[in-house]
Design a binder for this molecule. Structure first.
Ligand code: COA
Length: 327
């Protein structure tokens, strides 16, 4: 049976770090509140010249190097992002130019914090359709550019980063992506959205003054939906593969809030020791959070060949999804 196998991983984040203590000087908050309510201690924030595509490019080059694959052999690039460099061209096209992947076609997937899991699911289908194809799947964000730095409800949560994997369509074997599971519920869009910048509310001086190009969220409502949806879709993925929680070696959920991760792990009966957590150092990096965590776990040797890895994402839309991989 054909399978998509991850041959390499990479990640990048800006060198500038914004700590909770730094935020105490910007909004009415405290390190204690942020740590206990979210688990975030610091986040990376882009400086001049750093863009979503530049971070995506760095992460991609690392993934290619690990895989031993040349950019010229890449067939497809797909980027999950909600903070593209521009609305046109797509971020994937900029990565294609930057790395010199001349024969690849490129596009973005717009699914908020589920962007990477959505992109990986799409790439999985392409990879199995065209065996031996090489596909870069990226999650990349500069959330700092769409964060309202005067809104303490949201600005303490987010950070900038990119993560990438190099996927290969292999003719057979028991390694690789075992299944993907995606869901959406557009009826709940208002709970987490960016009001301005699209055709409904185009850019204007008034929009900029109200900072309506920034993320607006009803945090506690989102929290409840996130816990329920992440749990349900992960259970569906386990059931589809006849796995029990004990079969999962690494659970890598979207890094949105440590309390969400703990509640989901508890409901899934996966011990916290098998949950990969790096939200303390990155904050919520939306589409980038899962591939950044996956790359860390991979490069640290925490994930071993043959391990079962469960990815689980939730984001605006609402969108959510899970992927099971045998490493
Ligand atoms: N510092 C200090 N106090 C803060 C604060 C901050 N940064 N942000 C909010 N507060 C205050 C609120 O004003 C409120 O005060 P009040 O009780 O006097 O009205 C109190 O803290 C509780 O606010 P609430 O929003 O109920 O907190 P919470 O426990 O739900 O935590 C979030 C807020 C945002 C951390 C939490 O809801 C969350 O993580 N939600 C999901 C976010 C998410 O996952 N988003 C992305 C999905 S991909």
């Amino acid at each position: 049976m054909a399978r998509s196998v991850i041959l390499g991983t990479g990640a990048a984040a800006p060198s500038k770090i914004l700590t909770n203590q730094d935020l105490e000087r910007i909004v009415d908050t405290s390190d204690e509140w942020i740590c206990t309510r979210t688990g975030v201690k610091q986040r990376h924030i882009a400086e001049d010249g750093e863009t979503t595509s530049s971070l995506a490019t760095e992460a991609s080059l690392q993934a290619l190097e690990m895989a031993g694959v040349s950019p010229e052999d890449v067939d497809m690039i797909v980027v999950g992002t909600t903070s593209p460099d521009m609305y046109m061209p797509n971020t994937g096209a900029l990565v294609q130019k930057n790395i010199g992947a001349h024969k690849a076609f490129a596009f973005d997937v717009f699914a908020a914090c589920s962007g990477f899991v959505y992109a990986l699911s799409v790439a999985d289908k392409f990879a199995k359709d065209k065996l031996n194809s090489k596909i870069l799947v990226i999650g990349a964000e500069l959330l700092s550019t769409i964060t309202d730095w005067q809104d303490r409800n949201t600005c303490v949560l987010f950070g900038d980063a990119a993560g990438a994997v190099l996927l290969s369509g292999e003719p057979k074997g028991d390694r690789g992506i075992l299944s993907t599971h995606l869901r959406s519920d557009g009826s709940l869009w208002e709970l987490l959205h960016i009001p301005g910048g699209g055709c409904v509310y185009p850019p204007s001086a008034e929009m900029a003054e109200k900072r309506d190009y920034c993320i607006r969220m009803q945090g506690n409502e989102v929290f409840k939906h996130a816990v329920r949806s992440l749990t349900d879709i992960a259970k569906e993925a386990l059931k589809a593969n006849h796995f029990s929680p004990d079969d999962v070696d690494w659970f890598i959920p979207h890094q949105a809030n440590i309390r969400i991760m703990k509640q989901v792990a508890e409901r899934l009966e996966i011990p916290i020791e098998r949950v990969y957590v790096n939200i303390d150092r990155y904050g919520n990096t939306s589409s980038a959070s899962i591939p950044v965590a996956l790359n860390e776990a991979n490069r640290l040797g925490r994930i071993k060949r043959g391990d079962v890895v469960l990815l689980d994402a939730f984001g605006g839309g609402f969108t959510w999804g899970a992927v099971i991989i045998r490493w």
